[in-house]
Design a protein around this ligand. Structure first.
Ligand code: ATP
Length: 474
């Protein structure tokens, strides 16, 4: 007797689909991520894929007619799929199909097929598991490629020959690495080899799809797993050559620098323990990219990377543009983080003055906490004494930031004296003197010569005006 997994199907929607399919005299199965995640005891996903041995669109329409409120069916004729949103769940229906590919496109030639044909076209054995919704064997697992064993052994494997699977749809290379990272699975060796062999076919995949997978990898608990695999299969060099350029240790006259690629991956893992913010994780990934083009060796001082933060922040723009990522405030945030990524480090090395902290808060504004998080993640020394010391130093900087902010309100600095007030006081037309006075007031506040208050700033303005030989009107 085959085991039945009816407990996976306790949502009443499954009975409803089963009845609808019976009325249409078609067989139907739940397939893909829902079944995989049930066996992995992961959170049950909100999207459920149903395959019909017949028309998926007709089945979707029948199901919708039975559901309360008769939800709308979104039909994607070109793909032969239909989608219903009901009760926070997305139901995706497709007719079982057989696919064949030609070399220049990810678009397959599609014919009607059996359940097993449909399972063969799935990317991985763990994604090809199906549970029957048919009355005769409701809840039975259909697993022709032994996906259950691969789930148990934590293996990503393709149902068909891996070379064909990846060549047919090269997006699957990214998906393999993404699933391996999300689930902490190993990619089977023949698959890894096939990915490396087919890496150049990534060029037929749209940037959008690549980024989608890359972002999912970046949002994993330990993104370095994915980046190591991308590196190992040589896909990374095609997507982010700026990162692979950081790999390697050079030695001249007995002096070495650290491997900035593996260091970067550690920083990304560290920051992922502190934040789920995708863009802060991007900042961690890119914080050192300026180090490859700025690397120099000096006989006296050894290896230097002068100005790598500035160069790196310029590279962020080019990289975002190439990958067709949004050139919006998210990109500006990443640029700012890269540009400022060494600032708190300098502070934590020396005795921290209030004015240095005020300048940091002034420049970082609302992003000062994110910047500190990035710098803390940047500590990758293996020396426990140094590690403790650096963390302690940053703690002091964080404390100082709070103290200084409570007193001086620098974070969203607004000049306490406006340009109009300066013009009115000295009967000035728009001129460079106004800028000079405004800048002097700001500098005096940041240096701690005067508090960030209107009255003190007013007195300071009178003095500065007098120094410039300006007459007051009152
Ligand atoms: P997640 O929701 O975490 O991405 P999922 O497995 O549900 O996981 P989807 O992208 O929703 O992923 O895909 C649903 C199912 O469709 C997969 O489980 C797999 O069977 C199949 N599939 C998706 N993309 C491909 C692909 N490029 N090649 C072959 N099969 C695929």
């Amino acid at each position: 007797m085959q085991k039945s997994y009816t407990d996976a199907l306790n949502n009443p929607i499954f009975k409803m689909i089963s009845e609808a399919a019976e009325e249409l005299s078609v067989d139907s199965y739940v397939i893909g991520g829902f079944v995989r995640d049930y066996f992995l005891k992961r959170n049950i996903p909100k999207d459920i894929d149903v395959v019909a041995i017949g028309s998926g669109i007709k089945l979707a329409e029948k199901v919708a007619s039975k559901l309360e409120g008769k939800p709308q069916v979104s039909v994607f004729k070109n793909f032969g799929t239909a989608m219903i949103k009901s009760d926070g769940i997305e139901l995706e229906f497709v007719g079982a199909r057989k696919e064949s590919y030609n070399r220049d496109s990810r678009k397959p030639i599609v014919e009607d097929g059996t359940l097993e044909d449909d399972q063969k076209r799935r990317d991985f054995t763990i994604n090809a598991l199906a549970l029957s919704l048919n009355k005769s064997n409701y809840g039975t697992l259909l697993d022709p490629f032994d996906g259950i064993a691969d789930l148990e052994n934590k293996i990503i494997k393709t149902p068909l020959e891996p070379g064909i699977t990846y060549s047919d749809d090269p997006l699957r290379m990214m998906r393999a690495i993404r699933f391996a990272t999300q689930l902490d699975f190993q990619i089977a060796l023949p698959s890894l080899q096939a990915i490396t062999e087919n890496k150049d076919r990534l060029k037929i995949v749209s940037n959008e799809r690549i980024l989608d997978e890359l972002h999912k990898i970046m949002l994993c608990k330990k993104p370095s797993l994915g980046f190591s695999l991308l590196h190992k299969t040589e896909l990374l060099g095609l997507i982010l050559p700026e990162l692979t350029a950081l790999q390697g240790i050079e030695e001249i006259e007995g002096q070495k620098h650290k491997d900035n690629f593996w260091h970067t991956l550690e920083v990304v893992d560290n920051i992922s323990e502190a934040t789920d913010d995708l863009w802060l994780r991007w900042a961690a990934l890119l914080h050192d990219i300026g180090k490859a083009p700025t690397k120099r060796f000096h006989k006296k001082i050894g290896w230097t990377f002068h100005g790598h933060e500035f160069v790196g922040s310029k590279m962020v723009f080019k990289l975002f543009k190439r990958l067709r990522m949004p050139l919006n405030e998210k990109m500006k945030f990443v640029q700012k983080m890269v540009l400022m990524s060494s600032r708190p480090i300098i502070l934590s090395e020396d005795y921290v003055t209030d004015s240095a902290v005020r300048r940091l808060v002034f420049d970082a504004g609302d992003n000062v906490e994110d910047l500190m998080t990035l710098c803390e993640a940047d500590i990758t020394t293996k020396n426990p004494r140094k590690q403790r010391k650096y963390h302690q130093n940053f703690k002091v900087v964080r404390q100082k930031i709070e103290e200084v902010e409570a007193r001086d309100h620098i974070r969203n600095f607004q000049p306490p004296i406006s340009g109009e007030k300066i013009m009115e006081t000295f009967a000035l037309k728009p001129s460079k003197e106004i800028g000079i006075i405004k800048e002097a007031i700001k500098e005096a506040i940041l240096e701690g010569e005067i508090p960030n208050e209107y009255k003190a700033a007013l007195e300071f303005m009178y003095l500065k005006g007098a120094e410039l030989g300006l007459q007051r009107t009152k």
